[in-house]
Design a protein around this ligand. Structure first.
Ligand SMILES: C[S@@+](CC[C@H](N)C(=O)[O-])C[C@H]1O[C@@H](n2cnc3c(N)ncnc32)[C@H](O)[C@@H]1O
Length: 348
């Protein structure tokens, strides 16, 4: 049960976070040239976009839901501590000093600059791009250090709260089970933000975080150092070095919109392979076309403004069919602001 004081602290903290990240968003927008199409005309989304009042209403709805989950003891009242004041200010400075490079890439539509880096290992072409026009793509330690800040700016402070919604179907699955006997795999765990929520809620649940980016896993390691029972694997989600039927729960947060259509199917098949019979797959990613009235145009802007090259096929993908073909049964979904949570169970 959340006390009135906890509620007040939560509201104050999340309000401050939204104001902080939104102020960065607005400042970044001011420094950005108007978006253009590939042929140089002004970019105009074909579908409707939500106005600021609708976005703020839906953002507030997400935080209400976050608090309600805590009130129902699904997880502890979220704190979302972003570090000391010094490190928060340092991240802000790093964000702005990188911004001109991001803007240059956006204007020149230069999305393959990362290929000039010395790339170690065998990385697929779809991965070696400057996603979000970010410096270093997913390949460098500097990019890993800035990533959480960039994502929170993009989502005006809602990224963590959206990730946390995966804990709801996770709690439903964990009910009356011994966490020490279960196994969870977070595919494309990135900097480990979601795994931190998992370990905070289920400290004795053994987990694996898998990602193709070694640099992001280094960052994840530092975010997760206070917890034990965590294995981090640098690997491709297309062929995970994880035994068949070994995982009770698999999660994938904000991965599928960054995969080409043919790769999505391969990853779905590999997820199904790694799950135990009756195991659960929890998907959190962007809403798709038609999921939220008046939002489809925003998804078009997301693709063009943040270099998300597979977004236009992602927003039309039939995931229920795709995962059914892989052997996973759709159990339901819910929208969480700009994201949706989908739940699939492996047919036993
Ligand atoms: C948008 S980020 C999401 C990261 C994290 N789940 C989060 O909540 O922030 C996408 C992540 O997918 C990883 N990724 C992309 N393609 C991958 C693949 N084929 N195999 C494993 N990881 C991949 C990237 O390295 C990156 O960390």
């Amino acid at each position: 049960m959340v006390s009135p004081l906890q509620k007040a602290l939560f509201t104050a903290r999340q309000g401050a976070r939204v104001a902080w990240f939104y102020s960065h968003y607005l400042a970044a927008q001011k420094r950005q040239a108007p978006l253009k199409t590939k042929t140089g005309e002004a970019f105009r989304p074909q579908e409707a976009t939500p106005d600021r009042a609708v976005l703020m209403r839906d953002l507030a709805g997400l935080f209400e839901r976050d608090l309600k989950n805590a009130d129902q003891d699904i997880y502890a009242v979220p704190v979302d501590h972003d570090g000391s004041l010094v490190s928060i200010l340092a991240k802000s400075r790093a964000f702005f000093s990188d911004l001109s490079m991001v803007n240059q890439r956006r204007e020149k539509r230069d999305v393959h600059e990362v290929r000039e880096l010395e790339i170690k290992g065998d990385l697929p072409g779809y991965f070696t791009q400057n996603f979000h026009f970010q410096t270093g793509g997913y390949l460098t330690e500097d990019s890993a250090k800035l990533y959480d800040m960039q994502v929170e700016v993009l989502f005006t402070g809602a990224a963590n709260a959206m990730r946390r919604q995966a804990l709801v179907p996770l709690a439903e699955y964990m009910k009356d089970k011994d966490q020490r006997r279960l196994r969870l795999l977070d595919v494309a765990c990135g900097t480990g933000r979601f795994l931190r929520f998992v370990k905070k809620t289920y400290p004795r649940l053994p987990v694996i975080g898998l990602d193709l980016s070694q640099s992001y896993l280094y960052e994840a390691e530092s975010h997760l150092k206070q917890y034990s029972g965590i294995k981090l694997l640098t690997a491709n989600a297309e062929a995970m070095p994880v035994a068949d039927g070994s995982q009770d729960i698999i999660t994938a947060i904000f991965l599928f919109h960054e995969l080409p259509p043919e790769i999505r199917k391969i990853v779905a098949t590999d997820i199904a392979r790694c799950l135990k019979p009756d195991g659960r797959f929890i998907f959190v990613d962007s809403i798709q076309n038609g999921d939220a009235e008046g939002y489809d145009g925003l998804l078009e802007l997301f693709e063009a403004g943040f270099h998300e090259p597979y977004m236009s096929s992602y927003v039309r993908e039939d995931f229920i069919k795709m995962f059914a073909n892989a052997g996973l049964e759709y159990k339901g979904h819910s929208r969480a602001f700009l994201s949706k949570v989908m739940v699939f169970d492996k047919v036993g």
